[in-house]
Design a binder for this molecule. Structure first.
Ligand SMILES: Nc1ncnc2c1ncn2[C@@H]1O[C@H](COP(=O)(O)OP(=O)(O)OP(=O)(O)O)[C@@H](O)[C@H]1O
Length: 363
């Protein structure tokens, strides 16, 4: 049995009464509080500590993003929250332990999914719909995920992205109040991703709470109301994407494309020129560091691009193009996971570009 069915079955095994998802009596007093609460959640697999005291809270109607490096514990947390694995600590979903939640209220797209037998996309959605007391119309669900044209194709003959979209359909067929999506768009092409994003937005607009894990920072930034960053089994930052970017994203930067990496002499010359320009204005010099394709000047605001260009010209650096960008959630992720962009080349045999770069290039 896969996890979607397991989530459904777990409550039934515990003797939970059947309830209709559309029944207004489902809206218990507990529903007025947070949908998900985790306090001190721990889980180990033998010696491996997957969750090391996770605290989190998801409010009704939120799209809550969970990000973190491979092995950080995201899938384990989703499994703990859906009752498909046991974990220590206090875990509540709709006010009760995960295994006591009415399965009708939960949708789960697990990270890995195997259909129970040889079925078409429509049959698969029908199959999962049949596990619930109330299910949405299969054709409508397949339309929602952009799979209407392939409804009668065997699941095994679909492309990886089409299979993933079909899996998303099985996770929403019961019209859940809380939907867990563990990397829903992995392997899906841009059009397919967009249809999944639109579906998530529509579900959220309709009041569904969505718990979304993804390695695609643009996806989380676009969809999530709040995001938690998990590292080594613990939440190290949580907040709205814009708040996290403001707090941890660093400064806007100007990428200067050259014919290869900037030399240490070029970096020094640009720093000097920028230092002279900013000294006149009483400000600190922006940080300059060499990159694989040229150099990067951090701390350049839009109104400072002209000064940066003047400094490049004064330093005799002939650039091919300039690209200015604001910090993003990806910068937050890279900083807080310790995987921040390194100006040192990673190709074997190449030496460091610049001794000052390791500390961010600041002087
Ligand atoms: N069934 C298991 N048995 C043993 N160790 C496990 C098991 N499941 C997960 N782990 C370990 O627990 C840790 C957390 O794994 P988990 O799959 O939750 O991480 P993740 O953040 O979802 O990673 P990814 O981004 O790669 O999917 C890892 O060290 C992993 O090897």
């Amino acid at each position: 049995m896969n996890e979607t069915a397991a989530a459904s079955a777990s409550a039934a095994e515990d003797g939970e009464p059947d309830r209709d998802a559309t029944d207004a009596s489902d809206a218990t007093a507990a529903d007025s509080g947070p949908v998900v609460v985790g306090e001190g959640v721990r889980k180990s697999y033998g010696e491996v500590v997957a969750l090391d005291g996770v605290d989190l809270r998801v409010e009704p109607g939120e799209v809550f993003g969970l990000i973190g490096p491979n092995g950080a514990g995201k899938t384990t947390l989703v499994r703990a929250l859906t009752g498909t694995t046991e974990a220590e600590g206090d875990l509540r979903v709709f006010g009760v332990p995960p295994r006591e939640v009415d399965p009708q209220r939960i949708g789960l797209l697990p990270q890995s999914f195997g259909p129970p037998e040889r079925l078409t996309a429509a049959e698969l959605v029908d199959y999962y719909g049949g596990l619930y007391d109330a299910a949405r119309d299969t054709d409508a669900v397949l339309r929602d995920v952009g799979m209407a044209d392939d409804a009668d194709a065997w699941y095994e003959t679909l492309s990886g992205g089409q299979q993933r979209r079909t899996c998303v359909a099985t996770a929403v067929v019961n019209d859940p109040d809380l939907l867990f999506l563990d990397e829903p768009t992995t392997g899906i092409d841009p059009a397919g991703r967009r249809s999944i994003h639109r579906l998530i937005e529509r579900l959220a607009d309709g009041g569904t709470t969505v718990f979304l894990t993804s390695h695609a920072m643009d996806e989380i930034e676009r969809l999530a109301d709040r995001v938690a960053l998990l590292r080594d089994g613990a939440v190290v930052a949580v907040g709205a994407p814009a708040e996290l970017v403001e707090e941890h994203g660093g400064e806007p930067r100007l990428a200067v494309a050259l014919d290869g990496s900037a030399s240490a002499a070029e970096v020094d010359a640009v720093r000097e020129a920028l230092g002279e320009a900013s000294a006149g204005e009483g400000g600190g010099a922006p940080a300059v560091e060499s990159t694989r394709n040229g150099l990067r000047i951090a701390g350049v605001r839009p109104e400072g691009i002209g000064d940066a260009v003047d400094a490049l010209e004064a330093a005799g650096v002939a650039f091919e193009s300039l690209a200015w960008s604001e910090p993003s959630l990806e910068d937050v992720y890279l900083r807080l996971t310790g995987e921040e962009y390194s100006p040192r080349p990673e190709a074997p045999g190449e030496g460091p570009l610049d001794e000052t770069a390791a500390d961010g290039g600041d002087r």
